[in-house]
Structures are given as structure tokens and as C-alpha cells.
Design a protein around this ligand. Structure first.
Ligand code: MG
Length: 266
């Protein structure tokens, strides 16, 4: 482990850390993930745990992550694509939306003051809906064909689970695009920079004082590259070869253990 990464991390104030594949895989924490979060707390560093997965509410995410990591994850320390979708809806002045999502997703929108409308929305919002039915797809197809714009919480095609993969929202979007011939107005989750911009705003930290940890070059590292944020590729998830794409992390670590053994031990 080079001194350079420790020196770089020392100067950072906000740590944005991807969840799936970086802090845990399935229901198993990656090596020293918990200790890494605890060290950041001890050092007084802010951190946000980032996930595109809009099939859980922030309450469910916090509970689930706490259980997996053996570390108390707070809702306020989460960066979920749903948060960014809420901001997008509000910033763009949409008063009512038709949501394609699990009940917990719809509750989250309602909790944030967004009115749900089945038949007369101003916007269709597509989330990762594990309660998807043909009827639901038929309804949004009609709305979009009638000219209602639509957005999606994230673009992921597959979602990693213990047994491999399950189809994610990208597959639903492919259906909608094929049926309607229309593109979404926005896909707000990573790799869209709206995700990190949201985190920087919430944390009140500048991009130069922030660092992003993730396991995917074409989402996590791409987003960091685009906003000029220092990035660390962690090889616990999808990426096995750090040089396989056009996006370049500033640093590469095998696991958080690489950092823990040299940092914060004094
Ligand atoms: Mg990941």
C-alpha cells in the first residue's frame, strides 16, 4: 500500500462509499468494511453510503445495511437514487407522479410530500419494482404514449444477489422504451452526476475534499472522473481488472484491509 493513498485520504472530509460489491456482497460484508466505517467515525470524517437500489425505502436500507455490516447505518448517512429522484421531481416543479415501484418506494415519495396519481400524473417515475405486473406495465405504457414524460431512478440491468443476479430496472426500461418508442427524460442514479452532486450539497463539502469508493468502473469511477473527484476502486465486487475500461480510478485497493493496516493505527 502506497503512502500516496493514505496522504490523499487524510486530506478528505467526505467519503462516498458504494454499498453493493464494495461494503458487502449479497449478505456478507467485505473484509474490514465495518472497521473502515468505524475508523472514519473515529477520525471525524463524514461518510455517505451510496446505492442505486430503489426497491427498499431508506428505513429498510438502513436496517438491512446495519444488520449486514454490524454497524449502525443511519438514514441520514445514505445516498439512495430515490433521494435524487425526489429532488428532481421537486426541482422540476412536478406536482403529481405515477410511480412504478414497490410499496416502500411509493411511501418514500409520499413522505417527501410528493402526490401520487394513478391516472392523471404530470410525470411517470420508474423505480426497481419487484412487484411488477403486466397490468402495471400497461398503465405506464399508456401514460407515456399519451405524452407524459418519464424518469427512472437508475439504469442498472442486473442486481447482484447471493445466488447470482436478478433483473433490475434496466430490463424494465428496455420494455418501456420498446413499447413506447420514447426515452426517459432523466435517469437520476449513478453514473449520473446528479447522485454525487446531491451528496456534496447535503454534506456541504466541496468536490476536492471528497473521495468516492466503488467496485464498478463504468458507474462509480465514471461518475467520479466526470466531476473530478478522487476515486478508489475496490476489487471486492464486479471489477477484476482495473485497466479494463476507459475510466481511471486514482487508487486501487483489494479490500479495505489494505487501508486499515496502515491508517489510523497510531
Ligand atoms: Mg457496487
Amino acid at each position: 500500500m502506497s503512502e500516496a493513498i493514505l496522504k490523499a485520504l487524510e486530506e478528505k472530509e467526505l467519503f462516498i462509499i458504494d454499498a453493493d460489491g464494495t461494503l458487502y456482497v449479497g449478505n456478507t460484508p467485505t473484509p474490514k468494511a465495518r472497521e473502515f466505517l468505524k475508523l472514519l467515525d473515529k477520525m471525524g470524517k463524514k461518510h455517505m453510503i451510496m446505492t442505486n437500489n430503489s426497491s427498499y425505502s431508506t428505513y429498510q436500507h438502513a436496517a438491512r445495511m446495519s444488520r449486514i455490516l454490524g454497524y449502525r447505518v443511519r438514514r441520514s448517512g445514505l445516498l439512495v437514487s430515490t433521494n435524487v429522484a425526489v429532488k428532481y421531481i421537486k426541482d422540476n416543479g412536478f406536482k403529481s407522479v405515477h410511480a412504478l415501484g414497490v410499496p416502500a418506494f411509493k411511501d418514500e415519495l409520499k413522505r417527501n410530500g410528493i402526490k401520487l396519481s394513478l391516472n392523471y400524473p404530470e410525470l411517470v417515475v420508474i423505480a426497481f419494482d419487484k412487484t411488477l405486473t403486466y397490468r402495471k406495465l400497461s398503465i405506464i405504457t399508456k401514460l407515456i404514449m399519451d405524452g407524459i414524460p418519464y424518469i427512472a431512478t437508475h439504469p442498472d440491468i442486473l442486481c447482484p444477489v447471493n445466488a447470482g443476479y436478478i433483473p433490475d430496472i434496466g430490463a424494465i426500461l428496455a420494455f418501456v422504451k420498446t413499447a413506447t418508442g420514447k426515452e426517459p427524460q432523466a435517469i437520476v442514479g449513478k453514473p449520473n452526476r446528479m447522485m454525487v452532486d446531491y451528496a456534496l450539497t447535503i454534506a456541504g463539502t466541496g468536490v476536492e475534499r471528497s473521495v468516492l469508493f466503488g467496485d464498478r468502473l463504468y458507474t462509480d469511477i465514471k461518475m467520479a472522473n466526470e466531476v473530478g473527484m478522487t476515486s478508489v476502486l475496490v476489487l471486492t465486487g464486479e471489477t477484476k481488472n482495473p485497466n479494463e475500461g476507459k475510466y481511471r480510478p486514482d487508487f486501487v485497493i483489494n479490500t479495505f484491509k489494505d487501508i486499515l493496516t496502515n491508517w489510523g493505527s497510531d
